[in-house]
Design a protein around this ligand. Structure first.
Ligand SMILES: [Zn+2]
Ligand SMILES: [Zn+2]
Length: 1007
């Protein structure tokens, strides 16, 4: 070779190499060159799901961000024109709670005292800070995005697009104010929606009181109902008691509960007989309590826990509230928004729901209403954001009705291709079961809902900033951005009666912010292209994103592909689809790749508190970004990923095969003599075919968005390249055979492109080492290779040969014969294609002869498969078993004839073992048998091989160059090995071998 290649160290320092490549990419503007090169290409539309700019990126985020980058790089190599807009989620409860923590605020009252404008400023600062941190991390991970033009969901433009959506929803008649019982976080002081709370992580095992309380019946002197509750704070709000009308209830010692069969009762009655009775409530003396209580029927009363009689407080539970509507019961709300008891509850007033417990229990005990008190541990919902246990409150919230859109959403989902495919059904399940969308949050820094209900009954919904300005009656002059508190100062005139109306104080669900992105960032219905027109309001100065025009939206909508974690089914995938189906009647994405969760390497959840969490920055520096990306890409996305330094170490070890192969090439190419020529041999043609096969397999895997198959194809290829091609061609490399060198280089270069999307740094580095003159300086400026012609027959032959050799090694290993011990004979059965490669098999397995034919060296051992045969044969089993044991059977069509019966293959357990003097291995229809008998010739050859091994080790210890020649001195005792002098000389590059040494060790000297 005329070229000199940069030599490689023994092992790569991934992190250092990656920083070097990053700097080089920046210097050369490689990403810009890639975009420029693809500008005229076909579009491939990807939309980035926004990451909350609230904390540094975690290793769980890095999974998705890796997959996004892998496919964007793949598509770029294929020449597709792409958008590279990164997104940040910027408002709502996430940001608010973190800012509260950092300011030491712990209630809404404290936020209001701090000042909403100041609070908004702190929220914006936090977003700006972490957007920068995340950008830095993402770049280090290798992600290529258009970093100065990110979209920030708190931009005024984004807000306006959501306003437009809400106005449309209102025009369809789907928007309504609901008076409902909802899950309520007492710390955040807001209700939470079904989709926010649905995740498994939003439940926790908590301990609560378990109380059995007596409700004395008014019509039945001396008789009481017994109810069970775990929420003492709801008892003062009791209104009714529910029984299951068809169930049997028993009275004993004056107490009614569900009858248990076999037990004795004074009286037994069906639930319906109790319905309509009145009872004295547990806290009738309190001014706020209802004074009349009755028994109502309810089919859903649990008959497996409690007493079968359920205490109903319509102001403190969702099902209670619904029952209250059916039975026209009064609603008593016992707690305020911070979860403290309201006035009217006597001693309890001002206490939290926890503090109420002891007071209630003591009071009930004194009044002899407490039948039994204990503790219970149960699964209980906690706030998805701040982890506070949730309560139920009846409040007014704003909802979007799902009735009319449910079916269109299901239809839209039917057009989406999900990877893995079964997530499609998860989405369907969610869509079928979702309740109306609760869009309002009683908070501060979020989407200002543009709802202006007038006392005349008109609900005014503003659809844009222009409309707001047109209808404003006051407050416009101070409106610096569309956030609270400024937006709250703007009043508008009612379209029905002309009176001044105020906005409701609520802000919006954060999923509205992210869901509108396929419209707001792509310029849907925007009459013109506005430079910087997306980076408005709170995002001004943070981004330079334009507001494109409608033609741009037409070009880029819908996204061909998106990728986020599986939980986004009920979050982003859902909200985005909801908004797109509402606005344009179709899904905003065509294909989704979703993935599960990151666990620690032992499979446990990662938590800062348990000390097993790994920070993304630390992981990138300690493992290397490529190694992380490899781990994410290798993972089957429908299973949790066990992430850690152990698995990373293992990957680094595996990556060494590639590294060593490139290093091997470089070392030999650099010492080869220029000007020599050589012919391609079958093995070269095989390697080149193998590279084309890799390209075909990997292309197919990328097109299916299935990175695990990319990795396994690549690893299989590298294994073939290193452990077959290089191994089988060593001598040619020593001789500097240019055909071998060129074949190896070509195969390496082709494979590097295939793996470049997964590990861009290492691939780029090795590309730059091997790059032929005239090829682009960056691997990402090359084109995705089309799989060329390949010799399928040759691939199959060598594939089978490798399997035979692997089996031969297994057989050797199980007989514990040393690897360097030559053997006489190998018999191969079931590998006809390997016949032409007998030489290779002989050399690899160190056998003198290879015979293709029936392996008779095995003994077939057949045993009954008891779980199958036992029931079938019954008493006859014994006879069959002894016939099998005695070897008294014949093979017949994959089954066995024994004791007058024919048994099928799955009715027996078959084992093939070597007969005395043979060792056997068997897999996938191939059987190999090694003759283990030794003779003097074989024993001497073993000693020669040991010697060659030892001498080469000494060469390495002495630090000799590959081309250095040596003189060998053997101890006298080894003089018989001189019979193989030429063989030894060849293998260790010796010019002379003497056998007159006095020591017991062979010695070498540079010639
Ligand atoms: Zn909360
Ligand atoms: Zn009005």
């Amino acid at each position: 070779m005329a070229q000199t290649f940069k030599s490689l160290p023994a092992v790569p320092d991934h992190a250092a190499l990656e920083r070097e490549i990053l700097a080089w990419w920046d210097e050369q503007g490689v990403f810009e060159l890639v975009r420029e090169q693809n500008r005229a290409g076909e579009r491939w539309s990807f939309i980035d799901g926004p990451i909350t700019a609230n904390n540094p990126m975690g290793v769980h985020h890095a999974w998705g961000r890796t997959l996004k980058d892998v496919f964007q790089r793949y598509k770029a190599l294929r020449g597709f024109d792409q958008r590279y807009q990164n997104g940040f989620d910027c408002q709502g409860l996430w940001v608010e709670v973190e800012v509260e923590k950092s300011l030491g605020l712990n209630s809404k009252r404290e936020i209001e005292e701090y000042g909403i404008a100041e609070f908004a400023a702190r929220c914006k600062e936090r977003v700006a800070e972490f957007a920068e941190v995340i950008t830095e991390q993402d770049r280090r991970l290798g992600r290529w995005m258009d970093w100065d033009n990110d979209y920030y969901t708190f931009s005024d433009t984004n807000i306006e697009y959501i306003w437009r959506f809400l106005k449309t929803v209102h025009e369809r008649g789907w928007l309504y104010r609901g008076h409902r019982s909802t899950q309520w976080c007492p710390r955040c002081g807001t209700s939470l929606s079904q989709h926010e709370q649905a995740g498994e992580e939003n439940y926790k095992e908590l301990e609560h009181p378990s109380l059995y309380v007596r409700f004395p019946l008014k019509e039945r002197e001396g008789e009481s109902l017994v109810v069970w509750t775990t929420t003492p704070w709801t008892l003062p709000a009791n209104v009714a008691a529910a029984v299951q009308p068809d169930a049997e209830y028993g009275l004993r010692a004056g107490l009614w509960r569900l009858a248990v069969s076999g037990e004795q009762y004074d009286h037994v009655a069906r639930g319906e007989e109790l319905v309509g009775l009145h009872y004295t409530g547990p806290f009738d003396d309190l001014p706020a309590a209802v004074k009349e209580h009755r028994v109502i029927p309810w089919d859903d009363v649990s008959l497996t826990e409690g007493t079968g009689i359920v205490h109903i407080a319509p102001g403190a539970g969702t099902e209670d509230f619904e029952l209250g509507r059916i039975h026209d019961l009064p609603v008593i709300v016992p707690i305020d928004e911070s979860g403290r008891m309201l006035p009217g509850f006597g001693l309890l007033e001002g206490l939290s729901t926890d503090e109420v417990e002891d007071v209630v229990i003591e009071d009930l005990r004194e009044r002899e209403l407490l039948v039994e008190a204990g503790r219970i541990t149960h699964r209980y919902p906690i706030c998805w954001r701040c982890k506070t246990p949730l309560l139920f409150r009846v409040v007014d919230d704003w909802f979007i009705s799902c009735d009319e859109i449910r079916q269109p959403l299901l239809d839209a989902n039917a057009t989406v291709e999900w990877t893995p495919a079964f997530y499609s059904k998860r989405m369907d399940d969610w869509l079928r079961n979702m309740g109306d969308w609760n869009i309002s949050r009683k908070r501060y820094f979020g989407l200002p809902l543009p709802l202006y209900p007038c006392e005349c009954g008109e609900l005014n919904v503003i659809g844009s900033r222009a409309e707001l300005e047109e209808r404003a009656t006051a407050g416009l002059d101070q409106l610096q951005e569309l956030h609270r508190p400024w937006i709250d100062e703007v009043t508008i005139s009612c379209s029905a009666c002309g009176k001044d109306v105020r906005r409701i104080p609520e802000v919006g669900d954060a999923w509205l912010d992210a869901g509108i992105v396929p419209f707001s960032t792509l310029g849907w219905r925007s009459p013109e292209w506005v430079p910087g027109g997306y980076a408005t309001g709170a995002s001004a100065g943070l981004s330079g994103a334009d507001l494109p025009d409608h033609a741009y939206w037409e070009h880029w909508f819908p996204a061909e592909w998106i990728s986020e974690s599986r939980e986004q089914i009920r979050l982003w995938f859902y909200s985005m689809s909801f908004m797109a189906v509402t606005l344009v009647g179709r899904s905003p994405y065509e294909r989704v790749l979703a993935y599960e969760r990151v666990r620690d390497e032992t499979g446990r959840e990662m938590h800062k508190s348990t000390g097993n969490a790994i920070e993304a920055n630390e992981a990138i520096e300690r493992m290397g970004a490529d190694v992380m990306r490899w781990m994410y890409s290798e993972q089957v996305p429908s299973q949790n990923l066990n992430f850690g330094y152990g698995p990373a170490h293992e990957i680094k070890r595996r990556l060494l095969t590639l590294w060593n192969s490139v290093k091997f090439f470089v070392d030999y190419a650099n010492v080869s003599e220029p000007g020599k020529s050589g012919e391609l041999e079958p093995l070269d043609r095989w390697l080149l075919s193998r590279a084309e096969q890799l390209i075909a397999e990997a292309t197919d895997a990328y097109e299916r968005f299935w990175t695990p198959d990319v990795i396994s194809s690549f690893e299989g290829f590298v294994d073939d390249l290193s452990n077959w091609y290089i191994r089988r061609s060593r001598r040619r490399f020593w001789d500097g055979d240019p055909a071998a060198l060129e074949a190896l280089r070509t195969a390496l270069l082709r494979s590097l492109v295939v793996i470049a999307p997964v590990m861009p740094f290492l691939a780029e580095h090795l590309w730059r080492v091997l790059r032929p003159e005239g090829e682009p300086e960056s691997i990402f400026l090359t084109r995705w290779p089309e799989a060329g012609e390949r010799d399928e027959r040759l691939l199959a032959e060598v594939g089978e040969t490798r399997r035979v050799v692997d089996l031969g090694r297994q057989a050797r290993a199980s007989s514990q014969l040393p690897l360097r011990q030559p053997l006489r004979r190998l018999v191969v059965q079931g590998a006809e294609l390997a016949k032409l490669h007998e030489n290779e098999i002989r050399e690899e397995l160190r056998v003198k002869e290879v015979e293709f034919g029936d392996v008779e060296a095995t003994e077939l051992r057949v045993k009954p498969n008891l779980p199958v045969l036992g029931p079938k044969l019954g008493k006859e089993l014994g006879a069959v078993r002894s016939a099998l044991e005695a070897g008294d059977f014949e093979e017949s069509n994959g089954g066995f004839r024994v004791a007058g019966r024919v048994l099928s293959g799955d009715e027996v357990l078959v084992e093939r073992v070597g007969k005395e003097g043979w060792t056997v291995a068997h897999a996938d229809g191939i059987t190999v048998a090694l003759d283990t008998a030794l003779d003097p010739e074989l024993e001497v050859e073993k000693r020669v091989l040991d010697l060659i091994h030892e001498l080469n080790a000494k060469r390495r210890e002495a630090g000799l160059e590959l081309t250095d020649r040596i003189v060998v001195t053997l101890p006298e005792s080894a003089s018989d090995l001189l019979a193989h002098e030429d063989w030894i000389k060849d293998e260790v590059l010796a010019v002379e071998i003497r056998a007159d040494g006095g020591s017991t060790e062979p010695e070498i000297a540079k010639a």
